[in-house]
Design a protein around this ligand. Structure first.
Ligand SMILES: [Zn+2]
Length: 271
């Protein structure tokens, strides 16, 4: 079994049959490896994409524990880079899997808190760099459903009010974490929330409609959402200029050809 890991100085290191090799030279498509112990003549060769093999023997024993621990570190970092799961969870899974295959090694592997910093570094390097302005933002695939127009509106919001909220532990698939940012649109809706204590009946109705009724749809049984939507709209039809809000709610969340499928926002089966 061979693996190539990265040394502390970011140099490739070959682990082969419990020996460590540093890269000596590359000639065409052949890689020559030499034992990391300079007083040893141990050599390995790797042709093209084939597995490397030992060419000259070592004058010392191999170090199984050191090699296995390094492999563990590398697999762990690889998984952290490739998977969106929480770093700690991946660490735990990898330790369990190592324990089931080579239980004698786990006593030599670093504890989570000892390698936490380098693990989070691995996670951070797998993220793309942060955009500097709105034109740097590229949205593809399922995420583009939030529409670039909405993002532009958010970035240009000049109402002085942006609302942020986060959900880190309970997100429906395919999300891992949710961080939402809302800006206000000129629908006459915002004054009901900015002026929260207002006794104006219209504003009280807007707040109830939004917080107690519309948002609560996420917790209702999916087969009831359509009916409940109609009941809500009937109940609050007298709010001034409410039509535009209802159009938005039905087009985005409720209609058969809604923008966001129930699976993306439904919490009924979650609680
Ligand atoms: Zn050697």
């Amino acid at each position: 079994m061979s693996t190539i890991v990265e040394s502390k100085r970011k140099k490739p290191t070959l682990l082969l049959d419990n020996f460590r090799f540093t890269r000596d030279k590359i000639i065409n498509t052949t890689i020559y490896w030499k034992c990391e112990d300079r007083s040893c003549l141990g050599r390995a060769v790797q042709c093209d994409l084939n597995s490397p093999f030992m060419k000259q023997p070592h004058n010392h024993e191999g170090d199984e524990i050191k090699c296995k621990v390094e492999e563990f570190r590398m697999n762990l970092k690889q998984r952290i880079e490739d998977s969106p799961q929480p770093v700690k969870k991946i660490y735990r899974e990898q330790i369990i899997s190592l324990y089931t295959t080579s239980s004698q090694i786990t006593q030599f592997t670093p504890m989570f808190h000892e390698m936490k910093i380098s693990l989070y570094n691995a996670r951070n390097t797998s993220y793309p760099s942060a955009p500097r302005n709105i034109d740097d933002v590229m949205i593809e695939g399922i995420c583009s459903k939030t529409l670039n127009e909405s993002l532009k509106q958010l970035s240009e919001s000049d109402h002085g009010h942006l609302f942020f909220d986060e959900t880190f532990k309970s997100c429906p698939n395919p999300f891992y974490q949710l961080y939402s940012a809302h800006s206000l649109q000129e629908l006459g809706f915002q004054s009901a929330f900015i002026d929260k204590k207002s006794r104006d009946m219209n504003k009280i109705n807007v707040r109830n409609l939004y917080k107690k009724k519309t948002c609560a749809l996420a917790f209702m049984p999916p087969q009831e959402i359509s009916n409940l939507g109609v009941i809500i709209m009937d109940e609050y039809q007298d709010i001034d200029n409410i039509g535009e809000f209802y159009d938005y709610v039905t087009n985005t969340w409720i209609d058969n050809d809604r923008l966001f499928d129930y699976t993306l926002w439904q919490y009924y089966h979650f609680i």
